[in-house]
Ligand binder design. Sequence first.
Ligand code: SF4
Ligand code: SF4
Length: 406
Amino acid sequence: MSDPATPQSARAVMLDVPGLDALIAALAGAGFTVIGPRLREQAIVLEPIEGRADLPAGWRDVQSPGHYRLEERADGALFGFASPPHAWKRHLHPPEVRLMRARSTGSGFEVTDSAGDHAPPRLALLGVKPCDLAAIAAQDQVFGLTPDAPEASRPDPTYAGRRRAAFIVALDCGHAAATCFCDSMGTGPAVPADGGGADLVMSEIVEGGHRFLVRPASPAGARLLDSLPEGTGRPPEAADRAAAAAVPEATRAAQRRRLDPDHRRIVADNLDHPHWSRVGERCLACANCTMVCPTCFCATVEDSTDLTGDIAERWRRWDSCFTMDFSYIHGGSIRIETASRYRQWMSHKLSSWYEQFGRSGCTGCGRCIAWCPVGIDLTEETARLAGRAPAQNAAKQDSATPTGGE
Ligand code: SF4
Ligand code: SF4
């Protein structure tokens, strides 16, 4: 996270494509494990990378409800895709964490290891899109890292450690899939002018020569730019800045899907609407939507012992409001019907999240739409609850690719 005590000194820099390797090397040299996009099993995933050769050059995703495919793009863009299936949350709020390990003393147990005992990994997240930057900000609040967080006095040690040690390179978005609706949520496709919590902000420009405009957004980002080897990059010209500004604007113009801006009231006023039952008939309660969502944070805690009974462990694992056990209280589960579980999820995201955190729980990344096997779409379900046919979201297989001009 940013260090407000250190003045910013570096200015924005233009990097050519090999210059990106210098940036990645500088991050590695500063002790970070660089996490970035790469191809794996016909998808773009967010995993450790060593250089630009690992990036998905010339690939874009085509997404629609229940559909995700990759296809080649002609311009060689390195970040020419929309939301990958993995959100960055798996690196800041890992799917499973051992909270505690204890050993039998004969008369009881002594704790030998707890989650807060270990130095967190220092991760540099390369290419965080604005919708996901907003999701990280939402999880900062959920896990108690912001002054307005409900649990501000007791930040979650695992999340807080990873988040405070992280360095974020945000990216103006240059490609909207048909599932994206960040513009209607106010979370993209441009990184906010103040950096939105990032350390560096990057724009990928393909028109007129493949290059990157990189600007510092925190003192740590400024120091990182200062540390680039002599002769790396050049000062940006007015034409570079204009080309960089045009990238998210073209993405905005290409975005068709929207969530009704009155979604909070629509959902809250229609909790008994018959449409929930219709969605419940389609929903498989598979929990995909909650696993891919960058803001979903629910977890369960499991205790176990080894076969001798001498070693006990407590693990935290991602959980989902779509499982029967999630709402189990003494006597049974309180959300038996699939429809009630879907209503719980969507009404939390789009309505009660405002009461809890003062903001929406949705950033418009579109992952839950693409990765729902039956194509349930919260923008469409909101329109139905409002009594409208969701014509605004009529299938549009994919949108423009502004960085590449395909
Ligand atoms: S609810 Fe869906 S569109 Fe909204 S942030 Fe979560 S995954 Fe993205
Ligand atoms: S809405 Fe879709 S992704 Fe979510 S639990 Fe139901 S079937 Fe699975």
